[in-house]
Design a protein around this ligand. Sequence first.
Ligand code: COA
Length: 324
Amino acid sequence: MTSIRSILTGVGGYLPRRCVSNDELAARLETSDAWIRERTGIGQRYLADESETAAFMGTQAAQAALAYAGATAADVDGIIVGTSTPDQVFPATALRIQAALGVTGGFGFDMAAACSGFIYALSVADAMIRAGQARGILVIGSEVYSRILDWTDRGTCVLFGDGAGAVFLQAGEGSGTSARGILSTHIHAQGSLGDILYVDAAVGQSNRPGTLKMNGKEVFRHAVTKLADAVDECLKHNGLLQKDVDWLVPHQANKRIIDAMGKKLGLPPERVVVTVDRHANTSAASVPLALAEACADGRIKPGDLVLMEALGGGLTWGSALVRM
Ligand code: COA
């Protein structure tokens, strides 16, 4: 039976103008290019200037996604932004982007699920489209983690970068795993693990902005097991096998975690999209940025089956399977 499906018709990304190498960080911090590369696979990151806010970067990525889809502001019924670094407490970043795009109707809101923010937003957008509540939704991940990092903590500040990625979802029809569209999304959370990755200040409770704190070893351990389970859940739900997946577009936190997931899927390295070496961890922006890059350079083609996954503070984690 044919049913409504969310078709991914556009992708786009934006990276800040300023690129910062590991060596540049090593000049002011007790670290080295060799340590950062060996432990994380990161070689550089892009850092936002004052004008490059989550709303600004999200707008650029959204415009690129709409252009890719051949769509205009009039096709947008809603905007959902995964971000933990909004420009303001409110209005939502989604609404700043709505105004900047010239979208005059529909809805918009932000989702705070840290590095899983894009997968969470995609899951909600897909459910809304399938329920008939909207026909065109921009799903954006946009982050400026540089504003919430402790730049004296070498254990965290070397790991992150800024940027934005977006996709445009449009209602279509289809059935089965070979038809275009989102085949499934799965989202999870475990609040009892909130203290292994968090920002240490709450709105109104401190006169300084919070900074990110992380127990790296614990996050690493949970990432490997929970993302492996998420991959299994996704394949089982769709009655598919590892070999059916054409591309893995993983969250870009650490090359060692990415390699473990590629191995888990039995995918050769050239079928795993990697941007962590150049972008570092851009949190909710990392998956759509990686997807946009691999679509723009022609690696991911229409008809390919793409598995996306992410894990972040909360803990939150999830997956999405899309036939492009
Ligand atoms: N440069 C040099 N040395 C550093 C360093 C840096 N940037 N950061 C930490 N170190 C040091 C530590 O101080 C420690 O020194 P010690 O042994 O003298 O105490 C040593 O390196 C090992 O630190 P450790 O934290 O045990 O390293 P690790 O192998 O666990 O790697 C991470 C650290 C952060 C790279 C790794 O734990 C990781 O990637 N975790 C997951 C992070 C993640 O994915 N976060 C985002 C999720 S959305």
